[in-house]
Design a protein around this ligand. Sequence first.
Ligand SMILES: NC(=O)c1ccc[n+]([C@@H]2O[C@H](COP(=O)([O-])OP(=O)(O)OC[C@H]3O[C@@H](n4cnc5c(N)ncnc54)[C@H](OP(=O)(O)O)[C@@H]3O)[C@@H](O)[C@H]2O)c1
Length: 263
Amino acid sequence: MSPRPLAVVTGATAGIGHVFAQRLAAAGHDLLLVARDHVRLDAVCAALAASHGVAAEPFVADLSVDTDMARLADRLRAEPRLAFLVSNAGFGTRGTLLTADPEKQRQMLRLHVTCTHELVSAALPGMTERAAGTIIVVASVASWSPTAGNVNYNATKAYQRVYCEAAATELEGSGVHIQALCPGFTYTEFHDRLGSGRKGIPGWAWLSAERVVDESLAQARSRGAVVCVPGKRFKLIVFLLKHAMWVPGGLRQRYRRDRLRVE
Ligand SMILES: NC(=O)c1ccc[n+]([C@@H]2O[C@H](COP(=O)([O-])OP(=O)(O)OC[C@H]3O[C@@H](n4cnc5c(N)ncnc54)[C@H](OP(=O)(O)O)[C@@H]3O)[C@@H](O)[C@H]2O)c1
């Protein structure tokens, strides 16, 4: 058996997940990488193994499908070297509750909600027994900004963030650290897959996936706050979303918090 600790990253062939895989390999972890496109996944694993001298195993799975989720969860439970779990795979959709593809909405609920819970639950028994481990769940700034056309994305990202915040209270003193990584607009394939392009989002608003991952890992390594919002601008935006009556219209997220208040 390899002496190296193991890191599992879902959605590791592109964007944020790919950079996590690079950084964790560079830090000396063997990798178990998950995505659906097996050709691309094989290529990513081969490249990372060659450049970092670690083992990188492809795990082909569609994590919005229950049987694939269960296969990966079984694998996590059986891994004595599991040191890092990055639950990152996710996607956005277009359209309102009336117009969005209903099956895509169900897939989102399974991937962002059910899968997050299944993977974290599978990782925890071994990690807590060893009193060591790090779990990062990739949520979003969108978890604080309910907007039309994003109902399930907003709601599932809020689930992921609150899940981590609550889990962290249970894990205090266990040796296991959990983080909800909440990036703002990040330059990846996300918006290409969404089909919305990047029009209407100002240039200054974009973060690189490298910046997002490096801030996340630095905060996790120092066992910092549970919620990580990379970039000063997005920290300010989250502050405004949480405490102000409105946020700058440039982000097209203007809304009055009092409309959301429960009387
Ligand atoms: N980019 C942003 O602006 C932004 C902002 C905030 C939060 N986020 C969050 O960050 C996470 C990563 O997004 P990204 O921007 O890096 O996206 P991305 O570049 O589109 O990468 C998505 C990755 O997830 C995999 N994936 C998608 N659906 C999957 C499924 N059903 N089962 C298994 N793997 C799946 C994809 O590979 P395959 O297609 O081969 O499966 C790919 O490796 C997501 O949770 C997203 O919500 C993104």
